[in-house]
Design a protein around this ligand. Structure first.
Ligand code: ADP
Ligand code: 5GP
Length: 194
């Protein structure tokens, strides 16, 4: 199983998955590789692997990415080897990636993917969260809001829709999704009784 979470920037993906991971230690966060410069407080190798454009291009040439996309003018990608290492260690990879990457993963990994689109409760709440986060310039907030209108058009591709009105209840709903998915018949390699 791979847990894929997408949603507009500011919807609360990072807030929600940090709490989800605290409660569900079998999840492993897939640390993406990006050309975006680190924000204050972000750590290389923890939040992202921060690289320059030349390194990203080399990785592309090596077919190192399970998916990649250009988002808000920067490149982001998921390394195949990072996902494979988590799976080999028996963990469920959690991918926080944009809709373009989400569609690539849904098309290439199909049945393995449990896909969740995280919505903010309203456009007003999204704008307030982006401004309140204080990490993006007014111009960047405007770009992210404009892109959000386009991103929600991809929500139809995702199996589950979760509205992040309140963190605790959004996380609870994600836990319920994981629990139900773990009981799917297809996830058993053999029946519990032979
Ligand atoms: P994303 O990862 O989707 O870009 P973040 O997790 O960074 O979003 O959240 C954006 C801002 O919204 C942060 O300041 C965060 O504290 C706040 N936030 C997240 N979830 C909620 C919520 N349910 N209610 C109120 N504020 C929230
Ligand atoms: P941010 O710059 O705010 O951390 O992320 C911007 C957007 O890039 C978010 O929508 C996030 O989900 C997305 N993103 C982060 N990592 C990846 C990745 O590896 N691949 C893709 N396609 N998108 C990513």
């Amino acid at each position: 199983m791979i847990l894929l979470i997408s949603g507009p920037s500011g919807a609360g993906k990072s807030t929600v998955y940090h709490e989800l991971m605290r409660r569900e230690p079998q999840l492993g966060f897939s640390v993406s590789t990006t050309t975006r410069p680190p924000r204050a407080g972000e750590q290389d190798g923890v939040d992202y692997h921060f690289v320059d454009m030349a390194r990203f291009t080399d990785l592309l040439a090596e077919d190192a990415f399970l998916e990649w996309a250009e988002v808000h003018g920067q490149r982001y990608g998921t390394r195949r080897e990072h996902v494979a290492a988590m799976e080999a260690a028996g963990r469920i990879p959690l991918l926080d990636i944009d809709v373009q990457g989400g569609v690539q993963v849904l098309d290439s990994c199909g049945a393995e993917i449990v896909s969740v689109f995280l919505f903010p409760p309203s456009w007003e709440a999204l704008e307030a969260r982006l401004r309140g986060r204080g990490t993006d310039s007014a111009e960047a907030v405007a770009t992210r809001l404009k892109n959000a209108r386009w991103e929600v058009g991809f929500a139809e591709r995702y199996d589950y829709w979760v509205v992040n009105d309140e963190v605790d209840s959004a996380v609870l709903r994600l836990q319920a999704i994981l629990l139900a998915e773990s009981c799917r018949r297809e996830r058993f390699s053999t029946p519990p009784l032979d």
